[in-house]
Design a protein around this ligand. Structure first.
Ligand code: 5GP
Length: 188
């Protein structure tokens, strides 16, 4: 996606350990015009998929997911990173966080992820694929079906995308980062 790649090259910043900071248009301040274009692109790329629900993980996945849900007129569910004390009937999985370097629990209510649901998962980044694998586990626990996984940015050098594609999952990434070596952003 050309405008996204240009924006990453213009405003993205590299941090040691292979971290790309896109805080001024995705992860902190958000650009709704770009986010709308991202939504439109996801809708195009998953046009052949049968979907009745969009899922994501809080917090940074919510903006692109809501754009896709709005365009497809489908409900959007975000998995929570803290189990709410008032919520029963939860599906829970454990995810290793690459940026925080620890495990955390991700949960979603069985009321909103149901047997027979055909879900499209949307998130900001795909790195090692741990968050994605956690979501695959929640979808499996719910007895739902995964229609595809869409990421704004995939870091190819961390190989989560390879693993997901090997599982036969329809993965779409709108910008693929080949390398962040020497703090230089190389985009495919
Ligand atoms: P994974 O689970 O695929 O290893 O990492 C995906 C999650 O980690 C994303 O949802 C994102 O929140 C975070 N993440 C991974 N790499 C980066 C990065 O380079 N920059 C930012 N901002 N977040 C990242």
């Amino acid at each position: 996606m050309k405008i996204l790649k240009e924006r990453i090259l213009q405003d993205g910043r590299c941090f040691p350990g292979g971290i790309l900071k896109v805080d001024n248009f995705i992860n902190h301040q958000m650009d709704p015009i770009l986010m709308k274009s991202i939504g439109v692109e996801f809708v195009k790329r998953f046009a052949s998929a049968e979907i009745n629900k969009v899922i994501t993980v809080e917090a940074s996945g919510i903006a692109p997911a809501i754009m896709v849900g709005y365009l497809l007129e489908l409900p959007v569910v975000f998995a929570k990173k803290k189990k709410p004390s008032t919520m029963e009937n939860m599906l829970v999985t454990s995810v290793y966080s690459f940026t925080k370097q620890r495990n955390y629990e991700v949960c979603v209510s069985r009321d909103f992820l149901c047997p027979g649901d055909k879900v499209l998962f949307i998130d900001d980044f795909l790195a090692n694929g741990n968050a994605a694998k956690g979501m695959i586990d929640l979808v499996r626990q719910a007895g739902a079906e995964l229609a595809g996984m869409g990421f704004i940015i995939e870091k190819a050098f961390q190989h989560g995308g390879d693993e997901l594609r090997k599982l036969g999952i329809h993965v779409e990434s709108l910008a693929i980062i080949e390398s962040l070596d020497n703090c230089e952003i190389k985009i495919r």
